[in-house]
Design a protein around this ligand. Structure first.
Ligand SMILES: *Cc1c(COP(=O)(O)O)cnc(C)c1O
Length: 436
């Protein structure tokens, strides 16, 4: 089906044509290429609050928010001021800085699950390093991950379930040797029996179980708290570590992330996205006795030329201070709930098979009436409807991440007026998506 443009996308289309000469697929991260939706990706020039402006001059109401980092919205004045102030002194020294202490100290002071952290430059790097630490600390080789969770693009994690129960995975990317995937066990979410089977067979060699406690990279697959608790108990009983990958949920479900929300203590945690306030920062942390195994205190090597970059630290520190304001999370969550319940009500009235699961300020368009907790429960047919919804919303100047498997984010800059506009346009766009 051809989806017609009613907004101008000519400048973006021309820039994309040029970008294709420079970058594989014209992009520097694959989903940006708009492969699962229609038209060229929009080239963004500027952002302010809940809006961003593309090169054609369209002003878009943004629910992608740079894929999660921008919990305060675009170009927050205090974050910008902190960056500008930091940059006056230079951009990088390759030494410890006071800014690193400020951000590290703030994270640890307000998060009971962190005794020590190490800063890196991306979520991928945080997870990759935390897994090395789990292996170094336990002296074991295997890791358990879940189908439908994304943990960045380190080799050992680009693995999906193979055939058969609790078998080793197969790689989801060319270039990952089979030997690497043999150390990764991939299980379905929401399935205690599969966890039991894996531990019964390989329990002595499992270094850690890694999970997104709020899986939000393949739809929003909200887990039963019981299942997360089960992972806690099972890992503890077998001397394996529990690693919560909180790159999305950290500082999103509250300052203590999903661990705080569910009251479950993992051994290691990874962060990214929000902690850099829009600059490239990741971190991993946990109990001090585990973290002391990292170099130079311990034998697990991990380093970074630009780690704890002072400008990025300043952006993160300014962001996290805003999150500590009383009532910040409650207000954001209430706004998100109003958005999703208004759209849900409309869909229900019209009899559309749609649900909008949400938690804190994360939401997802699920083209089904079922509660979905596992990746294999998502019906790919819904993605065709999403494509129409995405296109129709773009025409109405509302920007969602360009794939039906991506979640949406509400920021503190999404005011009542913007959200009322979003509800109106989402309902109208659903009429189009369900008319097809
Ligand atoms: C985004 C994400 C990552 C990867 O972070 P990058 O900064 O893109 O490398 C890892 N884990 C989770 C849960 C994520 O959402």
């Amino acid at each position: 089906m051809k989806l017609e443009n009613r907004i101008s996308r000519e400048k973006s289309a021309a820039l994309f044509a040029e970008a294709k000469k420079y970058f594989p697929g014209g992009v520097n991260s694959p989903v940006r290429a708009f492969k699962s939706v229609s038209g060229p990706p929009l080239f963004i020039r500027r952002g302010e609050g809940c809006y961003m402006w593309d090169e054609d001059g369209n002003r878009l109401l943004d629910f992608c928010c740079s894929w999660g980092p921008l919990i305060l919205g675009h170009n927050h004045p205090e974050v910008r001021a902190a960056i500008v102030e930091a940059v006056q002194n230079g951009t990088s020294f390759g030494t410890p800085t006071r800014m690193g202490n400020l951000l590290g100290g703030l994270m640890i002071e307000h998060n009971r699950f962190l005794e020590m952290v190490r800063f890196v430059s991306s979520g991928t790097e945080a997870v990759m390093s935390a897994i090395r630490l789990a292996r170094g600390y336990t002296g074991r080789n295997k890791i358990v991950k879940f189908e439908g969770c994304y943990h960045g693009h380190a080799d050992a994690l680009l693995v999906k379930a193979g055939s058969g129960l609790a078998t080793f995975g197969t790689s989801t990317s060319a270039g990952v040797p089979e030997a690497f995937t043999r150390e990764t066990i991939v299980l379905p979410l929401d399935d205690e029996e599969a966890v039991d089977a894996a531990f019964a067979r390989y329990g002595d060699d499992i270094a850690c179980v890694i999970i997104e406690p709020v899986p939000a990279n393949n739809g929003l697959l909200l887990q039963r708290p019981d299942f997360l608790q089960y992972l806690r108990d099972k890992t503890r009983a077998h001397g394996a570590l529990l690693l919560f990958d909180e790159v999305i949920s950290g500082f999103r479900l509250g300052f203590e992330g999903a661990a705080g929300h569910y009251g479950i203590e993992p051994d290691l945690l990874t962060y990214g996205k929000i902690i850099g306030g829009g600059m490239p920062v990741g971190a991993y942390g946990g109990k001090a006795d585990i973290m002391h195994h990292v170099a130079p205190d311990g034998p697990v090597y991990q380093a970074g030329t630009l780690s704890a970059n002072p400008v990025a630290m300043a952006a993160g520190y300014a962001t996290l201070q805003q999150l500590l304001q009383p009532g910040f999370y409650e207000a954001l969550e209430a706004r998100t709930a109003r958005l999703t319940s208004a759209v849900q009500q409309y869909a229900d009235d019209k009899g559309y098979p749609l649900t909008l699961p949400h938690i804190a300020s994360i939401f997802w368009f699920n083209f089904s009436r079922d509660i979905i907790r596992r990746a294999d429960q998502i019906d790919p047919a819904g993605m065709e409807r999403f494509k129409v919804l995405h296109h129709e919303l773009l025409q109405r100047l509302v920007y969602l991440g360009p794939s039906g498997y991506e979640v949406g984010f509400v920021s503190a800059a999404h005011d009542e007026q913007a959200l009322a506009y979003a509800v109106e346009q989402m309902c109208a766009a659903l009429d189009v998506a369900f008319r097809q």
